[in-house]
Design a protein around this ligand. Structure first.
Ligand SMILES: [Fe+2]
Ligand SMILES: [Fe+2]
Length: 268
């Protein structure tokens, strides 16, 4: 399976494309084998620029899956739809259109979606809103709401606990590959719920934003110890995993660590 990182906080060092790729705070990835665009980044400009630079036709994706409602994952959707001339299925949590807010030292800002249901439908999108596990194909399950039964969630000081945070589980013969946008539901919850609803017990890989930013050392150590018990062959933490978090993953998992970043192709 090939996954290309289309939007991320940084660009990888592909020399031949270094004047063509762009980065921004956000995340999007393309699953070539299943024609799934997972998240859309923040602005749309970066997503479209990078798809073009990486030769991925904007009409190729058949599905968009939105990991959660935050703007750095949903903000590119309208520009992406505007460029297309084909309908598409969009799978998101029922909570997609709830307002979302974040606070920093300068005040409160809205970080929810920048479109309405009608905006999407006008563009020919078939919107599938879920809150429980959704089987897209025999080996592809979208989590719906992830219960917080196995560990803490990571909301990073946000005002709600992001019930819309969903993971994509890809079932392969040697375990599940987990894709996550920001990982707000908490890594143990995301993985254990994946085992529960897929009936698998082997973690093959974990790819996406793991939200290590802002976590204390004890919590980070707990997560690393937990991942070690699962022995995945690929760990590509990116976006809100943060620079320190990515470096911690690299130190902790020398053989399974994979660099992500815009332009990176992860083969698993
Ligand atoms: Fe994010
Ligand atoms: Fe988020």
């Amino acid at each position: 399976m090939k996954i290309t990182i289309l939007v991320d906080n940084y660009v990888t060092s592909l020399t031949s494309l270094r004047d063509k790729l762009m980065s921004e705070w956000g995340f999007a990835a393309y699953l070539h084998d299943y024609k799934i665009l997972y998240d859309t980044g923040l602005s749309g400009n970066v997503l479209l620029n990078n798809m073009k630079s990486l030769n991925i036709d904007v009409n190729e994706p058949e599905y968009v899956i939105l990991s959660h409602r935050h703007l750095d994952h949903t903000g590119g959707l309208m520009k992406f739809l505007n460029e297309r001339n084909k309908p598409i299925k969009i799978i998101a949590h029922k909570n997609l259109f709830s307002p979302a807010k974040a606070k920093d030292e300068k005040g409160e800002i809205g970080i929810g979606v920048n479109f309405t249901k009608e905006d999407l439908e006008k563009k020919g999108a078939e919107l599938i809103l879920i809150d429980s596990p959704y089987k897209l194909k025999d080996n592809l399950i979208i989590s719906g709401y992830i219960p917080r039964n196995w560990g803490p969630s990571h909301t990073g000081g946000l005002i709600d606990d992001i019930p819309d945070d969903m993971a994509l589980y890809i079932i392969e013969k040697d375990g599940i590959v987990v894709l996550t946008g920001c990982g707000h539901a908490g890594l143990e919850n995301i993985i254990e719920y994946g085992f529960k609803i897929t009936g698998q017990n082997n973690l093959k890989g974990i790819i996406g934003g793991l939200h290590f930013m802002g976590l204390n050392e004890k919590r980070l150590n707990d997560i690393i110890s937990y991942i070690k018990t699962k022995s995945p062959i690929v760990i590509a933490g990116t976006h809100c995993t943060g620079i320190d978090g990515i470096s911690l993953l690299k130190q902790s998992f020398s053989s399974s660590f994979k660099e992500a970043g815009v332009g990176k192709e992860i083969i698993i």
